[in-house]
Design a protein around this ligand. Structure first.
Ligand code: SAH
Length: 468
Protein backbone atom coordinates (compact mmCIF):
# COMPACT_ATOMS: atom_id res chain seq x y z
CA UNK A 1 0.00 0.00 0.00
CA UNK A 2 1.65 3.21 -1.15
CA UNK A 3 -0.57 5.64 0.75
CA UNK A 4 -2.69 5.23 3.82
CA UNK A 5 -6.39 5.66 3.05
CA UNK A 6 -8.52 7.63 5.50
CA UNK A 7 -11.52 9.93 5.45
CA UNK A 8 -10.91 13.40 6.80
CA UNK A 9 -13.62 15.31 8.68
CA UNK A 10 -13.73 18.83 7.24
CA UNK A 11 -17.05 20.05 8.61
CA UNK A 12 -16.56 23.73 9.54
CA UNK A 13 -12.80 23.46 9.04
CA UNK A 14 -10.88 26.02 7.06
CA UNK A 15 -9.26 24.91 3.82
CA UNK A 16 -7.26 26.83 1.26
CA UNK A 17 -7.54 26.58 -2.52
CA UNK A 18 -4.80 28.30 -4.49
CA UNK A 19 -5.53 29.14 -8.15
CA UNK A 20 -8.50 30.46 -10.11
CA UNK A 21 -8.80 27.70 -12.73
CA UNK A 22 -11.71 25.42 -13.64
CA UNK A 23 -9.92 22.73 -11.62
CA UNK A 24 -10.00 25.03 -8.60
CA UNK A 25 -13.77 25.37 -9.00
CA UNK A 26 -14.16 21.54 -9.05
CA UNK A 27 -12.04 21.11 -5.92
CA UNK A 28 -13.83 23.95 -4.12
CA UNK A 29 -17.18 22.30 -4.88
CA UNK A 30 -16.00 18.98 -3.47
CA UNK A 31 -14.66 20.65 -0.33
CA UNK A 32 -17.92 22.55 0.15
CA UNK A 33 -19.89 19.33 -0.13
CA UNK A 34 -17.82 18.00 2.79
CA UNK A 35 -18.82 21.06 4.82
CA UNK A 36 -15.47 22.87 4.65
CA UNK A 37 -15.01 26.64 4.77
CA UNK A 38 -13.13 27.45 1.61
CA UNK A 39 -10.78 30.40 1.12
CA UNK A 40 -9.51 31.00 -2.40
CA UNK A 41 -6.23 32.68 -3.25
CA UNK A 42 -6.08 33.89 -6.84
CA UNK A 43 -5.15 37.10 -8.60
CA UNK A 44 -8.16 37.12 -10.90
CA UNK A 45 -11.23 34.91 -11.07
CA UNK A 46 -13.64 34.20 -13.91
CA UNK A 47 -16.50 31.88 -14.77
CA UNK A 48 -17.90 29.41 -12.32
CA UNK A 49 -15.51 30.23 -9.51
CA UNK A 50 -16.36 33.95 -9.75
CA UNK A 51 -20.00 32.94 -9.41
CA UNK A 52 -19.28 30.88 -6.29
CA UNK A 53 -17.59 33.91 -4.76
CA UNK A 54 -20.42 36.21 -5.77
CA UNK A 55 -22.92 33.77 -4.19
CA UNK A 56 -20.95 33.88 -0.96
CA UNK A 57 -20.06 30.16 -0.92
CA UNK A 58 -16.34 30.80 -0.75
CA UNK A 59 -14.26 33.71 0.44
CA UNK A 60 -11.73 35.23 -1.90
CA UNK A 61 -8.46 36.93 -1.15
CA UNK A 62 -7.72 38.71 -4.41
CA UNK A 63 -3.98 38.81 -4.01
CA UNK A 64 -0.83 36.67 -4.14
CA UNK A 65 -0.18 33.74 -1.84
CA UNK A 66 1.56 34.51 1.43
CA UNK A 67 2.89 31.87 3.86
CA UNK A 68 0.68 33.43 6.53
CA UNK A 69 -2.39 32.24 4.57
CA UNK A 70 -1.71 28.74 5.87
CA UNK A 71 -2.45 29.67 9.48
CA UNK A 72 -5.43 27.69 10.79
CA UNK A 73 -5.82 25.68 7.57
CA UNK A 74 -6.66 21.96 7.76
CA UNK A 75 -5.85 21.32 4.11
CA UNK A 76 -4.45 23.04 1.01
CA UNK A 77 -5.17 22.32 -2.62
CA UNK A 78 -3.16 24.01 -5.34
CA UNK A 79 -4.92 24.23 -8.70
CA UNK A 80 -2.73 26.73 -10.50
CA UNK A 81 -0.56 26.32 -13.60
CA UNK A 82 2.18 28.50 -12.14
CA UNK A 83 4.98 26.04 -11.34
CA UNK A 84 6.92 28.37 -9.08
CA UNK A 85 3.77 29.00 -7.06
CA UNK A 86 3.00 25.27 -6.88
CA UNK A 87 6.45 24.57 -5.41
CA UNK A 88 6.26 27.48 -2.98
CA UNK A 89 2.88 26.55 -1.53
CA UNK A 90 3.81 22.87 -1.35
CA UNK A 91 7.01 23.64 0.51
CA UNK A 92 5.41 26.10 2.94
CA UNK A 93 2.50 23.74 3.69
CA UNK A 94 4.72 20.72 4.28
CA UNK A 95 6.94 22.72 6.59
CA UNK A 96 3.93 23.55 8.72
CA UNK A 97 2.54 20.02 8.55
CA UNK A 98 -0.56 21.10 6.62
CA UNK A 99 -1.63 18.35 4.16
CA UNK A 100 -1.22 19.63 0.60
CA UNK A 101 -2.22 18.41 -2.84
CA UNK A 102 -0.94 20.03 -6.00
CA UNK A 103 -3.21 18.94 -8.86
CA UNK A 104 -1.43 16.44 -11.13
CA UNK A 105 1.91 16.88 -9.31
CA UNK A 106 2.23 13.87 -6.97
CA UNK A 107 5.82 14.76 -6.07
CA UNK A 108 4.72 18.10 -4.64
CA UNK A 109 1.77 16.57 -2.81
CA UNK A 110 1.61 15.05 0.66
CA UNK A 111 -1.72 13.39 -0.12
CA UNK A 112 -3.49 12.27 -3.27
CA UNK A 113 -7.07 12.91 -4.27
CA UNK A 114 -8.82 9.62 -4.97
CA UNK A 115 -11.51 8.96 -7.55
CA UNK A 116 -14.76 9.16 -5.58
CA UNK A 117 -18.08 7.36 -5.66
CA UNK A 118 -20.48 9.44 -3.59
CA UNK A 119 -23.55 7.67 -2.26
CA UNK A 120 -23.65 9.67 0.95
CA UNK A 121 -23.19 8.65 3.64
CA UNK A 122 -21.43 5.85 1.77
CA UNK A 123 -18.29 7.16 0.12
CA UNK A 124 -15.89 5.04 -1.86
CA UNK A 125 -12.43 6.37 -2.63
CA UNK A 126 -10.26 4.68 -5.26
CA UNK A 127 -6.56 5.17 -5.74
CA UNK A 128 -4.01 3.51 -7.99
CA UNK A 129 -1.20 5.19 -6.04
CA UNK A 130 -0.76 7.61 -8.94
CA UNK A 131 0.12 4.73 -11.30
CA UNK A 132 -2.94 4.92 -13.55
CA UNK A 133 -5.55 7.59 -12.79
CA UNK A 134 -7.46 6.53 -15.92
CA UNK A 135 -7.83 3.04 -14.46
CA UNK A 136 -9.14 4.53 -11.21
CA UNK A 137 -11.79 6.37 -13.22
CA UNK A 138 -12.76 3.14 -14.96
CA UNK A 139 -13.04 1.34 -11.65
CA UNK A 140 -15.18 4.16 -10.38
CA UNK A 141 -17.52 3.78 -13.35
CA UNK A 142 -17.83 0.05 -12.66
CA UNK A 143 -18.54 0.56 -8.97
CA UNK A 144 -21.07 3.29 -9.79
CA UNK A 145 -22.85 0.80 -12.01
CA UNK A 146 -22.76 -2.01 -9.43
CA UNK A 147 -24.03 0.08 -6.48
CA UNK A 148 -27.71 0.89 -6.34
CA UNK A 149 -28.16 4.67 -6.28
CA UNK A 150 -30.22 4.33 -3.10
CA UNK A 151 -27.53 2.43 -1.15
CA UNK A 152 -27.00 5.56 0.94
CA UNK A 153 -30.60 5.21 2.12
CA UNK A 154 -29.75 1.76 3.46
CA UNK A 155 -26.77 3.15 5.41
CA UNK A 156 -28.84 5.96 6.90
CA UNK A 157 -31.51 3.47 7.89
CA UNK A 158 -28.91 1.26 9.63
CA UNK A 159 -27.49 4.26 11.44
CA UNK A 160 -30.81 4.89 13.20
CA UNK A 161 -30.54 1.49 14.89
CA UNK A 162 -26.82 1.29 15.41
CA UNK A 163 -26.83 2.17 19.11
CA UNK A 164 -29.88 0.10 19.93
CA UNK A 165 -28.34 -2.96 18.27
CA UNK A 166 -25.06 -2.40 20.08
CA UNK A 167 -26.85 -2.29 23.43
CA UNK A 168 -29.04 -5.30 22.70
CA UNK A 169 -26.39 -7.63 21.27
CA UNK A 170 -23.18 -7.28 23.20
CA UNK A 171 -21.19 -9.90 21.25
CA UNK A 172 -19.51 -8.37 18.18
CA UNK A 173 -20.06 -11.65 16.33
CA UNK A 174 -23.78 -11.63 17.07
CA UNK A 175 -23.97 -8.03 15.87
CA UNK A 176 -22.13 -8.84 12.68
CA UNK A 177 -24.45 -11.75 11.98
CA UNK A 178 -27.46 -9.59 12.71
CA UNK A 179 -26.37 -6.86 10.28
CA UNK A 180 -25.47 -9.46 7.66
CA UNK A 181 -29.01 -10.72 7.86
CA UNK A 182 -30.43 -7.20 7.68
CA UNK A 183 -28.44 -6.17 4.61
CA UNK A 184 -28.68 -9.43 2.72
CA UNK A 185 -32.37 -10.04 3.31
CA UNK A 186 -35.82 -8.56 3.07
CA UNK A 187 -35.15 -5.72 5.50
CA UNK A 188 -32.34 -4.39 3.35
CA UNK A 189 -34.52 -4.63 0.27
CA UNK A 190 -37.33 -2.73 1.97
CA UNK A 191 -34.95 0.04 3.09
CA UNK A 192 -33.50 0.22 -0.38
CA UNK A 193 -36.95 0.48 -1.88
CA UNK A 194 -37.79 3.36 0.49
CA UNK A 195 -40.27 1.41 2.67
CA UNK A 196 -38.74 2.64 5.89
CA UNK A 197 -41.74 1.93 8.10
CA UNK A 198 -41.90 -1.70 6.98
CA UNK A 199 -38.14 -2.06 7.32
CA UNK A 200 -38.19 -0.65 10.87
CA UNK A 201 -40.94 -3.02 11.93
CA UNK A 202 -39.09 -6.04 10.55
CA UNK A 203 -35.78 -4.96 12.02
CA UNK A 204 -37.22 -4.67 15.52
CA UNK A 205 -38.77 -8.10 15.17
CA UNK A 206 -35.43 -9.57 14.03
CA UNK A 207 -33.55 -7.84 16.84
CA UNK A 208 -35.97 -9.26 19.36
CA UNK A 209 -35.48 -12.80 18.13
CA UNK A 210 -31.69 -12.34 17.88
CA UNK A 211 -31.63 -11.33 21.55
CA UNK A 212 -33.18 -14.64 22.56
CA UNK A 213 -30.99 -16.76 20.33
CA UNK A 214 -28.65 -19.20 22.03
CA UNK A 215 -24.98 -18.26 21.74
CA UNK A 216 -23.66 -19.33 18.38
CA UNK A 217 -22.14 -22.75 18.07
CA UNK A 218 -18.97 -22.71 16.06
CA UNK A 219 -18.57 -24.47 12.78
CA UNK A 220 -15.65 -25.37 10.54
CA UNK A 221 -15.68 -24.92 6.78
CA UNK A 222 -12.99 -26.85 4.97
CA UNK A 223 -12.48 -24.57 2.04
CA UNK A 224 -10.53 -25.23 -1.15
CA UNK A 225 -8.28 -22.23 -1.77
CA UNK A 226 -7.50 -23.25 -5.35
CA UNK A 227 -4.00 -23.33 -6.79
CA UNK A 228 -3.10 -19.67 -6.17
CA UNK A 229 -4.93 -17.26 -8.46
CA UNK A 230 -7.58 -15.63 -6.22
CA UNK A 231 -9.93 -15.35 -9.21
CA UNK A 232 -10.17 -19.14 -9.12
CA UNK A 233 -11.82 -19.18 -5.68
CA UNK A 234 -15.43 -20.31 -5.72
CA UNK A 235 -18.06 -17.68 -4.89
CA UNK A 236 -18.89 -19.69 -1.78
CA UNK A 237 -15.25 -19.74 -0.64
CA UNK A 238 -15.09 -15.98 -1.09
CA UNK A 239 -18.27 -15.44 0.89
CA UNK A 240 -17.08 -17.65 3.76
CA UNK A 241 -13.71 -15.88 3.85
CA UNK A 242 -15.52 -12.59 4.15
CA UNK A 243 -17.46 -13.85 7.18
CA UNK A 244 -14.92 -15.98 9.02
CA UNK A 245 -13.85 -15.21 12.58
CA UNK A 246 -10.71 -17.29 12.12
CA UNK A 247 -8.82 -18.48 9.05
CA UNK A 248 -6.52 -21.46 9.57
CA UNK A 249 -4.13 -21.90 6.64
CA UNK A 250 -0.88 -23.54 5.63
CA UNK A 251 2.12 -23.00 3.39
CA UNK A 252 0.30 -24.03 0.22
CA UNK A 253 -2.25 -21.21 0.44
CA UNK A 254 -1.12 -18.33 -1.77
CA UNK A 255 -0.84 -14.92 -0.02
CA UNK A 256 -3.13 -13.45 -2.70
CA UNK A 257 -5.88 -15.84 -1.59
CA UNK A 258 -5.37 -15.20 2.11
CA UNK A 259 -5.73 -11.50 1.39
CA UNK A 260 -9.37 -12.14 0.46
CA UNK A 261 -10.25 -12.90 4.10
CA UNK A 262 -12.09 -10.35 6.22
CA UNK A 263 -9.60 -7.73 7.40
CA UNK A 264 -10.03 -8.37 11.10
CA UNK A 265 -10.37 -12.15 10.93
CA UNK A 266 -7.76 -13.90 13.04
CA UNK A 267 -5.23 -15.75 10.85
CA UNK A 268 -3.55 -18.87 12.14
CA UNK A 269 -0.65 -20.41 10.25
CA UNK A 270 -0.29 -24.16 10.78
CA UNK A 271 2.13 -25.03 8.00
CA UNK A 272 5.84 -25.42 7.66
CA UNK A 273 7.99 -22.37 8.14
CA UNK A 274 11.68 -22.32 7.33
CA UNK A 275 13.59 -23.92 10.17
CA UNK A 276 10.42 -25.15 11.89
CA UNK A 277 8.49 -28.34 11.55
CA UNK A 278 4.93 -28.46 10.34
CA UNK A 279 2.31 -28.67 13.05
CA UNK A 280 1.38 -32.38 13.36
CA UNK A 281 -2.01 -33.21 11.85
CA UNK A 282 -3.43 -34.26 15.23
CA UNK A 283 -2.57 -30.86 16.63
CA UNK A 284 -4.23 -29.07 13.70
CA UNK A 285 -7.37 -31.17 14.22
CA UNK A 286 -7.34 -30.30 17.93
CA UNK A 287 -6.93 -26.62 17.16
CA UNK A 288 -9.92 -26.68 14.79
CA UNK A 289 -12.05 -28.41 17.40
CA UNK A 290 -11.21 -25.95 20.17
CA UNK A 291 -11.78 -22.89 17.95
CA UNK A 292 -15.20 -24.19 16.94
CA UNK A 293 -16.02 -25.04 20.58
CA UNK A 294 -15.25 -21.43 21.45
CA UNK A 295 -18.12 -20.51 19.13
CA UNK A 296 -16.02 -19.25 16.23
CA UNK A 297 -16.82 -19.52 12.59
CA UNK A 298 -13.66 -21.18 11.30
CA UNK A 299 -12.45 -21.36 7.72
CA UNK A 300 -9.81 -24.03 7.29
CA UNK A 301 -8.21 -22.98 3.99
CA UNK A 302 -6.49 -25.72 2.08
CA UNK A 303 -4.49 -25.33 -1.12
CA UNK A 304 -6.30 -26.63 -4.21
CA UNK A 305 -9.13 -28.94 -3.18
CA UNK A 306 -9.43 -30.17 0.44
CA UNK A 307 -10.13 -33.73 -0.66
CA UNK A 308 -7.31 -34.10 -3.19
CA UNK A 309 -4.12 -35.04 -1.31
CA UNK A 310 -5.11 -32.49 1.30
CA UNK A 311 -5.77 -34.70 4.36
CA UNK A 312 -9.22 -33.10 4.39
CA UNK A 313 -10.73 -36.50 5.11
CA UNK A 314 -8.82 -36.76 8.38
CA UNK A 315 -9.89 -33.30 9.48
CA UNK A 316 -13.56 -34.01 8.70
CA UNK A 317 -13.37 -37.23 10.69
CA UNK A 318 -11.80 -35.54 13.73
CA UNK A 319 -14.38 -32.75 13.68
CA UNK A 320 -17.30 -35.12 13.33
CA UNK A 321 -16.00 -37.24 16.19
CA UNK A 322 -15.87 -34.13 18.34
CA UNK A 323 -19.45 -33.30 17.36
CA UNK A 324 -18.51 -30.15 15.42
CA UNK A 325 -20.51 -29.20 12.33
CA UNK A 326 -18.33 -29.23 9.24
CA UNK A 327 -18.86 -28.31 5.62
CA UNK A 328 -16.51 -28.96 2.71
CA UNK A 329 -16.23 -26.42 -0.08
CA UNK A 330 -14.40 -27.77 -3.12
CA UNK A 331 -11.61 -25.87 -4.82
CA UNK A 332 -9.77 -26.01 -8.13
CA UNK A 333 -7.15 -28.68 -7.61
CA UNK A 334 -3.57 -28.06 -8.79
CA UNK A 335 -3.95 -30.52 -11.70
CA UNK A 336 -6.83 -28.55 -13.19
CA UNK A 337 -5.32 -25.13 -12.46
CA UNK A 338 -1.87 -25.99 -13.85
CA UNK A 339 -3.26 -27.79 -16.90
CA UNK A 340 -5.44 -24.81 -17.79
CA UNK A 341 -2.66 -22.36 -17.21
CA UNK A 342 -0.19 -24.32 -19.35
CA UNK A 343 -2.73 -25.12 -22.07
CA UNK A 344 -2.48 -28.89 -21.56
CA UNK A 345 -5.77 -30.76 -22.06
CA UNK A 346 -5.88 -33.55 -19.47
CA UNK A 347 -7.95 -35.78 -21.73
CA UNK A 348 -8.10 -35.80 -25.52
CA UNK A 349 -10.07 -37.95 -27.94
CA UNK A 350 -6.91 -38.96 -29.82
CA UNK A 351 -4.31 -39.07 -27.05
CA UNK A 352 -5.67 -39.68 -23.55
CA UNK A 353 -8.87 -41.42 -22.50
CA UNK A 354 -8.10 -41.31 -18.81
CA UNK A 355 -6.30 -39.15 -16.32
CA UNK A 356 -4.75 -40.39 -13.08
CA UNK A 357 -3.78 -38.24 -10.10
CA UNK A 358 -1.08 -39.75 -7.87
CA UNK A 359 1.06 -38.61 -4.96
CA UNK A 360 4.76 -39.03 -5.66
CA UNK A 361 6.15 -38.53 -2.18
CA UNK A 362 7.83 -41.14 -0.11
CA UNK A 363 6.01 -42.96 2.63
CA UNK A 364 8.36 -44.70 5.06
CA UNK A 365 11.21 -44.05 2.62
CA UNK A 366 9.49 -45.76 -0.31
CA UNK A 367 7.43 -44.61 -3.28
CA UNK A 368 4.64 -47.12 -3.50
CA UNK A 369 2.89 -46.65 -6.79
CA UNK A 370 1.21 -49.07 -9.17
CA UNK A 371 3.80 -48.69 -11.94
CA UNK A 372 2.24 -51.05 -14.52
CA UNK A 373 -1.04 -49.09 -14.21
CA UNK A 374 0.71 -45.71 -14.52
CA UNK A 375 2.70 -46.82 -17.57
CA UNK A 376 -0.41 -47.67 -19.57
CA UNK A 377 -0.69 -45.96 -22.95
CA UNK A 378 -3.26 -43.28 -23.84
CA UNK A 379 -3.62 -41.75 -20.41
CA UNK A 380 -2.34 -38.66 -18.63
CA UNK A 381 -0.54 -39.06 -15.32
CA UNK A 382 -0.50 -36.12 -12.94
CA UNK A 383 1.93 -36.38 -10.04
CA UNK A 384 1.47 -34.26 -6.93
CA UNK A 385 4.35 -33.84 -4.48
CA UNK A 386 6.70 -35.51 -6.94
CA UNK A 387 9.56 -33.01 -7.21
CA UNK A 388 11.91 -34.96 -4.96
CA UNK A 389 11.17 -38.36 -6.39
CA UNK A 390 11.08 -37.27 -10.04
CA UNK A 391 14.18 -39.29 -11.09
CA UNK A 392 12.71 -42.47 -9.64
CA UNK A 393 9.28 -41.81 -11.16
CA UNK A 394 10.73 -41.16 -14.63
CA UNK A 395 12.93 -44.26 -14.60
CA UNK A 396 10.13 -46.50 -13.30
CA UNK A 397 7.71 -45.30 -15.95
CA UNK A 398 10.30 -46.08 -18.65
CA UNK A 399 11.10 -49.46 -17.04
CA UNK A 400 7.39 -50.33 -17.13
CA UNK A 401 6.99 -49.59 -20.81
CA UNK A 402 6.43 -45.87 -21.43
CA UNK A 403 8.65 -44.54 -24.26
CA UNK A 404 11.58 -42.46 -22.97
CA UNK A 405 10.43 -39.73 -25.37
CA UNK A 406 7.05 -39.34 -23.59
CA UNK A 407 6.57 -35.61 -23.01
CA UNK A 408 6.65 -34.32 -19.41
CA UNK A 409 5.79 -30.88 -18.06
CA UNK A 410 6.63 -29.45 -14.65
CA UNK A 411 4.59 -26.48 -13.46
CA UNK A 412 5.81 -24.58 -10.40
CA UNK A 413 3.52 -22.15 -8.54
CA UNK A 414 0.87 -22.74 -11.18
CA UNK A 415 -1.72 -19.97 -11.83
CA UNK A 416 0.19 -17.39 -9.74
CA UNK A 417 2.33 -14.53 -11.05
CA UNK A 418 5.34 -16.64 -10.02
CA UNK A 419 4.44 -19.54 -12.29
CA UNK A 420 7.34 -21.30 -14.06
CA UNK A 421 7.21 -24.20 -16.46
CA UNK A 422 9.74 -26.75 -17.62
CA UNK A 423 9.01 -29.16 -20.42
CA UNK A 424 11.00 -32.18 -21.63
CA UNK A 425 10.70 -35.94 -21.85
CA UNK A 426 10.92 -38.78 -19.36
CA UNK A 427 14.57 -39.09 -20.37
CA UNK A 428 15.52 -35.43 -19.96
CA UNK A 429 13.22 -33.93 -17.34
CA UNK A 430 15.37 -34.69 -14.29
CA UNK A 431 18.34 -32.78 -15.72
CA UNK A 432 16.14 -29.87 -16.78
CA UNK A 433 14.46 -29.67 -13.39
CA UNK A 434 17.82 -29.52 -11.63
CA UNK A 435 18.99 -26.78 -13.98
CA UNK A 436 15.84 -24.74 -13.39
CA UNK A 437 16.14 -25.14 -9.60
CA UNK A 438 12.41 -25.38 -8.95
CA UNK A 439 11.67 -24.81 -5.27
CA UNK A 440 7.96 -23.94 -4.94
CA UNK A 441 5.04 -26.38 -5.12
CA UNK A 442 5.49 -28.21 -8.40
CA UNK A 443 3.15 -30.42 -10.37
CA UNK A 444 4.32 -33.00 -12.87
CA UNK A 445 2.22 -33.92 -15.92
CA UNK A 446 3.16 -36.90 -18.09
CA UNK A 447 1.61 -37.93 -21.39
CA UNK A 448 1.09 -37.20 -25.06
CA UNK A 449 -1.22 -34.31 -24.18
CA UNK A 450 1.84 -32.35 -23.06
CA UNK A 451 3.15 -32.75 -26.60
CA UNK A 452 -0.04 -31.16 -27.95
CA UNK A 453 0.58 -28.01 -25.96
CA UNK A 454 4.15 -28.08 -27.21
CA UNK A 455 3.22 -28.38 -30.89
CA UNK A 456 0.87 -25.48 -30.52
CA UNK A 457 3.49 -23.35 -28.80
CA UNK A 458 7.05 -24.70 -29.10
CA UNK A 459 8.33 -22.34 -26.43
CA UNK A 460 5.62 -23.49 -24.03
CA UNK A 461 4.71 -19.94 -23.20
CA UNK A 462 0.96 -20.46 -23.37
CA UNK A 463 -0.79 -17.26 -22.30
CA UNK A 464 1.44 -15.47 -19.83
CA UNK A 465 3.79 -17.98 -18.23
CA UNK A 466 7.51 -18.19 -18.65
CA UNK A 467 8.80 -21.27 -20.46
CA UNK A 468 12.35 -22.37 -19.74
N1 SAH B 1 -4.96 -30.23 -2.10
C1 SAH B 1 -4.00 -29.77 -3.07
C2 SAH B 1 -2.79 -30.66 -3.16
C3 SAH B 1 -1.97 -30.73 -1.93
S1 SAH B 1 -0.53 -31.74 -2.11
C4 SAH B 1 -4.69 -29.60 -4.43
O1 SAH B 1 -5.83 -30.05 -4.59
O2 SAH B 1 -4.11 -29.02 -5.33
C5 SAH B 1 0.72 -30.55 -2.47
C6 SAH B 1 1.14 -30.65 -3.90
O3 SAH B 1 0.19 -30.04 -4.76
C7 SAH B 1 2.43 -29.90 -4.21
O4 SAH B 1 3.56 -30.67 -3.87
C8 SAH B 1 2.31 -29.73 -5.71
O5 SAH B 1 2.64 -30.92 -6.37
C9 SAH B 1 0.82 -29.51 -5.88
N2 SAH B 1 0.46 -28.08 -6.00
C10 SAH B 1 -0.38 -27.40 -5.21
N3 SAH B 1 -0.52 -26.13 -5.64
C11 SAH B 1 0.26 -26.01 -6.74
C12 SAH B 1 0.55 -24.96 -7.63
N4 SAH B 1 0.00 -23.74 -7.49
N5 SAH B 1 1.39 -25.20 -8.66
C13 SAH B 1 1.95 -26.42 -8.82
N6 SAH B 1 1.71 -27.45 -8.00
C14 SAH B 1 0.88 -27.27 -6.97
Amino acid sequence: MQSFPLFLTLQDRHVLVVGGTEQAARKAELLLSAGAKVTLIAGAVVGEIAQMIADGFISWAGRCFDDGDLAGMSLVIVASDDEALQARVSHAAQQRGVPVNVVDRPKLSSFIMPAIVDRSPITIAISTGGAAPALARRLRAEIERALPAAIGRMARFAEIFREQVRRTLDQPRARRRFWDRVFAGRIGEMALAGDEIGARRELIRLLDSARHEAPTIGMVHLVGAGPGDPDLLTIKAHRLLQRADVVVYDRLVAPEVLAMARRDAERIHVGKQSGHHAMPQAEINQRLVSLARAGKSVVRLKGGDPFVFGRGGEEVEALMQAGIAVEVVPGVTAALGCAASAGIPLTHRDHAHACVFVAGHRKDGKVELDWPMLARPRQTVVIYMGAETLPLIASQLIAHGLPAATPVALVENGTTSRERRVVGTLATIERQATRAGLGGPTLCLVGEVVGIALTRDPEFRFVSGIGL
